[in-house]
Design a binder for this molecule. Structure first.
Ligand code: NAD
Length: 550
């Protein structure tokens, strides 16, 4: 008999059959009973739409909420669409296992506590759960998809998931339910896209009242403070009208630590939406700005790392950061794009290219900075009379920042792709990353037709890449090592060990100011070649070593 069951596979390879049509009704009956019981116990019912990186943890934080008497005050239903890519998150969460991998131990503890011990959190695929909600939190994605590498102006906001979610919510919630959009959206989305969708749905259902819609963006930071970066952190919020504003303030005071991290309430959602976009564009811009000084430094004997450290002594300038091989992460590469896109497509202005100069340039610079790393590898190998084509190159660090396993839009991915295109045999080591999905699943990840692989040739073999964990073994026989991310393990590496493990002098490329001057000197003494982003003083050290030995 033909087996037509469709499966969703979790990151460790476990298969989960997608629910069939006839299971939806039973699932709703289960949720209804749970919600009834919770309501009898005085709990508010909160539905979190989208249990991804942000939604899963936000759902657990809300489910962990207690009132002034220490009693659990919320019952949370995490609602996730049953797609092949994401359905597995539901059965995992229902077992009390976090669907997101985090370096913060509190994520696993809190999800286990709320699902298994407190029983205040469940997950479902059935969006009819919206009918049971007093409050809905929207944590679905809103991506900015770029058509070209290094030209964000041709990109567009991918509103489909958010628009579909808002329509479903409008079709199903009760009139007095508060809806809170936490997704980072193009400014204007809450009032001019989401609210009209919901109003239309209400009118169709014969509901006279106005939907209660609010916005409050996330500032979550992947890493060891994951939970704190949501719960114990300053929030900004606003509502489409006075009632929505009052309701969202009350809700956030209940679920977040607003006592220590006060809430900022804005007049209108476009102001809170713009806050998020400007905040991240500011960060992207100060990082991009250092790219030109990084090139200046490389070509003029200047160590930009020392320059930055000298400037940071001045308290007014102490938030300068060296940009590394590009910026990466989910938010900084896309958020400015949402603002640029909204100006024309939501707000109706035609002169976007005249007024937006800095934000698009910053994103374009950050998106392509990693390509320069490939040039440094090429040049270092050439100085050792080797060619990039056919050389074995080890990339140390696949994630976008130190000591996390998050690989989304990491500069390292571009380094891999460009060097693979130039014919290098690429290998990767990362203590925090198990699977590099952007490479392993490049046909479908981050979405079919959206992989960066489309901007390069010769990418097929990258699908076979395995992230290595044993650094000495990974180094055996390589001709070049790229230190791409300042993971703790890479900070204190001893040049003598590296050369011993590689079995020969190698090219060492430092992308993040990881090497001390002593280490650089020692690499040269051992016959290695060293190049680095923004560190022109290396040539001086090389000359000194050469003069000493001659
Ligand atoms: N991850 C971060 O580091 C971070 C930081 C700050 C802000 N944000 C913002 O938070 C938002 C969410 O990001 P994320 O990282 O959690 O994304 P994600 O892709 O991990 O999660 C989104 C989830 O929503 C689900 N979904 C989509 N449509 C749905 C629907 N109609 N019904 C139910 N589920 C649906 C998806 O399947 C997915 O599981 C984004 O706007 C992002 O910009 C993220």
């Amino acid at each position: 008999m033909k087996n037509n069951v469709t499966y969703s596979v979790n990151p460790s390879g476990e298969k989960f059959a997608l629910p069939k049509k006839d299971e939806y009704e039973q699932e709703f009956i289960r949720l209804e009973k749970l919600a009834d019981n919770a309501r009898k116990e005085g709990k508010e019912i909160v539905v979190v739409m989208g249990i991804g990186f942000v939604g899963a943890v936000m759902a657990a934080i809300v489910a962990d909420t207690t009132d002034e008497n220490g009693r659990n005050s919320k019952f949370v239903i995490g609602c996730q669409r049953p797609s092949i890519r994401s359905y597995w998150k539901i059965p995992m969460l229902n077992k009390g296992v976090s669907p997101v991998k985090a370096e913060d131990p509190e994520v696993d503890e809190m999800i286990h506590r709320t699902v298994v011990e407190k029983q205040t959190l469940v997950a479902t695929y059935n969006s009819d759960c919206l009918k049971l909600a007093d409050c809905v939190v929207v944590d679905v994605q809103c991506d900015y998809s770029k058509q070209d590498l290094g030209n964000m102006r041709t990109g567009e906001a991918d509103m489909a998931a958010l628009e579909a979610t808002m329509k479903t919510i409008g079709d199903k919630i009760s009139p007095h339910c508060l809806v809170l959009i936490e997704t980072t959206v193009a400014p204007g989305t809450t009032e001019f896209v989401a609210w009209p969708i919901m109003k239309k749905a209400f009118t169709k259902r014969g509901i006279d009242s106005t939907p209660l819609l609010a916005h409050s963006f996330e500032r979550v930071m992947p890493g060891r403070e994951y939970v704190s970066s949501i719960r114990d952190f300053w929030r900004v919020c606003s509502g489409c009208d006075n009632e929505a504003r009052k309701r969202v303030e009350k809700f956030l005071h209940e679920v977040l630590n607003t006592k220590d991290f006060p809430l900022t309430v804005m007049d209108r959602p476009i102001e809170s939406e713009t806050t998020k976009i400007v905040e991240n564009s500011y960060r992207a811009t100060i990082l991009a700005y250092l790219n030109e000084w990084s090139l200046f430094a490389e070509r003029n004997g200047v160590d930009l790392i020392k320059v930055i450290n000298a400037i940071k002594m001045r308290p007014t300038h102490d938030n300068m950061i060296f940009p590394g091989p590009g910026i990466g992460g989910y938010c900084l590469p896309k958020d400015g794009g949402l603002g640029y896109w909204a100006y024309r497509h939501i707000l109706g202005f035609e002169d976007g290219d005249e007024i937006f100069k800095i934000t698009p340039t910053a994103i374009d610079i950050n998106d392509t900075r990693a390509l320069h790393v490939a040039q440094l590898v090429r040049d270092a190998l050439r100085n050792m009379s080797r060619y990039i084509a056919g050389s074995d190159v080890l990339l140390c660090g696949a994630s976008y920042r130190q000591d996390v396993g998050d690989t989304r839009y990491s500069g390292s991915e571009l380094v891999m792709r460009r060097l693979a295109e130039m014919g290098a045999e690429m290998y990767v080591h990362d203590p925090y990353v198990e699977h590099w999905y952007e490479l392993e699943n490049q046909d479908v990840y981050p979405a079919p037709g959206h992989s960066w692989s489309r901007f390069f040739r010769n990418q097929e073999n990258l699908q076979e890449i395995k992230v290595q964990k044993d650094l000495p073994a990974a180094l055996k026989g390589v001709e070049a090592m790229i230190l791409a991310v300042p993971h703790e393990q890479y900070l204190q590496l001893n040049p003598d060990d590296i050369v011993k493990w590689a079995g020969q002098p190698i090219a060492v490329i430092d992308c993040f100011g990881i090497l001390t001057d002593d280490a650089i000197r020692r690499y040269f003494e051992l016959g290695c070649e060293v190049k680095a982003l923004g560190r022109g003083h290396i040539q001086r050290i090389k000359k000194e070593v050469k003069n000493q030995s001659s």
